[in-house]
Design a protein around this ligand. Structure first.
Ligand code: PLP
Length: 457
């Protein structure tokens, strides 16, 4: 059979509230034209993020009922620990309330003034935790990763030559190297096994610990199976295990590939570092056998980590993103190619070339997606990352103007995606009608969350 179907049946449903175009125009206006300010109930298809938005399975929900809420040594912790150990091979498994809590602990130990932490591309929270410690977060993406129009298999890779040179010239000040799999901030693009192996080789040469930011390890492993020579005959679990085998530890947000709504962990091999980490954990998160989570959360994570490696699930997951991307490409809609693991990124510079960066072309598309079809997406461009020249006050745009449509896991069906595709194509076909926006309130930091706008008429 050629048709790929959702590999699950739906046992419990949540109704979608439908709104009219007129209603949405009012709702968006009331939200100050900021999609973060729209009540989720007023959204028809919510593609704001894939983080913590997964649908859990009936087995995960039964694990929730079965969770052991003992303070110390809960049965649910041991199940969680066993599953994470089997998957990652790491010796110490430390639960945290989400991914950034694991990062906070890791960089409290490895960060500090004068230190540099290289990565293929740091995710925002990783960067923030590194900078908060006083260290510098360094992005070293491969060349292909910088070109939104170039089709390549592993655009998430780190540039190995740059990494080697960087370590050489900052030898005693690189306490740790990271790789983010898949590379979230760079289009959800995968990292090859060869790149992981070579990163490890370089780190070993300089005796530097190597950690994975493993939020989307299963999606990354599946891309390796599809694209990297020599891996077609291996199971995704074997591929994931090999990826982890090269690392000395990992941070993980369970809100992604553990298919739960909250949770995370830090896992590592070194006994001394683990002891330090657990000492921070008891102050900031909780006792080492629950670390900021309830027993039921640990049950749901353990179950989710097994379910995410089901190859029928991954085939459906990756194919959904690819299917959406392909339909858009076929209609001429400019997107970042190839589609990655968890999201479609519209290239707003090409989509709305008549709107200059300082009038937020990506934001304009986001607003129109909501008005036209009740779809919520997020701008990743001048609103989020624009800066001002200190002397002239002129707007300095980031490299790319993107709109991200992130796909929650197991939440939407193919017809939901067909609706999204239709809406984007209709907006694209009338793109000359898109209007620019300007701030009516501009917050001093992380301005995309609380900003207010108005359309330029
Ligand atoms: C989401 C994410 C994090 C942070 O995890 P939270 O659970 O949101 O704290 C870190 N790294 C990457 C790559 C992520 O996608």
């Amino acid at each position: 059979m050629k048709t790929i179907i959702e590999p699950f049946k739906i046992k419990s449903v949540e109704p979608i509230k439908f709104t009219t175009r007129e209603e949405r125009i009012e709702i968006l206006k009331k939200a100050g034209y900021n999609p973060f300010m729209i009540p989720a109930e007023e959204v028809i298809i919510d593609l704001l993020t894939d983080s913590g938005t997964s649908a859990m399975s009936s087995k995960q929900w039964s694990g929730i009922m079965d969770g052991d809420e003992s303070y110390a040594g809960a049965r649910s912790y041991y199940r969680f620990e066993k599953v994470v150990k089997e998957l990652t091979g790491f010796k110490h498994i430390i639960p945290t309330h989400q991914g950034r809590a694991a990062e906070k602990i890791l960089f409290s130990i490895f960060g500090g003034n004068g230190k540099f932490i290289p990565n293929n591309t740091h995710f925002d929270t990783t960067r923030a935790n590194i900078e908060y410690s006083g260290a510098v977060a360094v992005d070293l993406p491969c060349k292909e990763g910088n070109d939104p129009d170039l089709i390549a298999d592993f655009k998430g890779n780190i540039d190995l030559n740059m990494l080697d040179n960087f370590i050489k010239s900052n030898k005693n000040n690189v306490p740790l190297v990271m790789l983010t799999i898949t590379n979230n901030s760079n289009g959800g693009q995968p990292v090859s096994m060869e790149n992981i192996r070579e990163t490890k080789r370089i780190c070993s040469q300089y005796n530097i610990p190597f950690f994975l930011d493993a939020c989307r390890f299963a999606e990354n492993a599946y891309f390796i199976k599809l694209r990297e020579p020599g891996y077609q005959g291996k199971s995704v679990r074997e591929i994931a295990q090999e990826m982890f085998s090269y690392a000395d530890g990992c941070t993980m947000s369970a809100k992604k590939d553990a298919l739960v709504n909250m949770g995370g962990f830090l896992a590592l091999n070194d006994d001394d570092i683990a002891l330090k980490a657990r000492n921070i954990l008891v102050v900031t998160e909780g006792f080492p056998t629950y670390g900021g989570l309830a027993g039921r959360d640990l049950e749901a994570i353990a179950q989710g980590l097994n379910e995410v490696l089901d190859e029928n699930y991954l085939k459906y997951r990756i194919r959904t993103v690819e299917y959406t991307g392909q339909k858009l490409i076929n209609s001429g809609v400019p997107i970042l190619v190839p589609p990655g693991g968890h999201a479609i990124y519209l290239n707003a510079k090409k989509f709305a070339p008549h709107i200059p960066p300082e009038n937020f072309p990506g934001h304009s598309i986001v607003c129109e997606l909501y008005i036209h079809a009740g779809i919520r997406a997020v701008e990743i461009g001048s609103v989020m990352f624009g800066k001002y020249d200190k002397e002239t006050g002129k707007h300095i745009p980031p490299k790319m103007e993107l709109v991200r449509l992130a796909l929650p896991r197991r939440v939407y069906t193919q017809s939901h995606m067909d609706y999204v595709i239709e809406a984007i194509i209709e907006i694209y076909n009338k793109r000359e009608n898109l209007k620019g926006y300007k701030f009516t309130y501009e917050p001093p930091i992380l301005r995309h969350f609380l900003a207010k706008f108005e359309p330029i008429v």
